[in-house]
Write a protein that binds this ligand. Sequence first.
Ligand code: KIV
Ligand code: NA
Length: 276
Amino acid sequence: MKNKNHLQKMKENKEKIAMMTAYDYPSAKLCQQSEVDMILVGDSLGMVVLGYDSTIQVTVEDMIHHGKAVKRGADDTFIVVDMPFMSYHLSIENSLMNAKRLYQETGGQALKLEGGSQEVITLVEKLTNAGIPVVGHLGLTPQSVNVLGGYKVQGKDKEKAQKLFDQALQLEKSGAMALVLECVPKELAEMVTNVLSIPTIGIGAGNMCDGQVLVYHDVLYYGVNRLPKFVKKYGDVNGATTTAIQAYVSEVKTGSFPTAEHSFTMDPQALPDKKL
Ligand code: KIV
Ligand code: NA
């Protein structure tokens, strides 16, 4: 399994890091088989797996439930687990308790926290000191969608760009092992990538980041019906699945499934006597 040092080395060697989300046993297994460098158990599971319209409803229990399944499917891959909405904002004690549970019960290798406020910076330092590696996340931070006013690119004006840049440096200083940059202009993502010594992982942040992350269901076009601008569709699971299910339904209705090939047989002598 890659560890924090391998990922750091990849940045130094200019070897790109491929990260993808996974939420359950089969998705994790397929990511590992496909040699993804890091798996993110993203709280995006609220939207793509649970059908909520944002990540705000996702709970610590949800993350643990899915994180454990991912771990069973990809025991040999570096797994990052998202801390969900408000699980790291109530108090230091509550945040540390939630972090402990998410880290210990899932068996993941790191936790990811959104934002760069002083509270988050302090927590990143405490968690790192306690032995829990932390990945930061700046730019579009979906847990704050209603404060940001929608899912849109972040850091386009001087003031916002400066703030993001300063927070990135602070996150690195406080011990973050990597930084996700979501929906950030590529010029700004490149500058942050060049200044930081930890790897940056972009999503909608151009091709100069040290790695990329995308959502499993978006990459595969699986259960989604529109894709953000920054996603490239690499498959069509919607199409393949619908075709397969329709064929099954149709063969059940016509009686052409199952045939002898999919049936068990026995000696008719051994059938029970009909006692009517
Ligand atoms: O939850 C998620 O999928 C994420 C990625 C978009 C970075 O946080
Ligand atoms: Na997330």
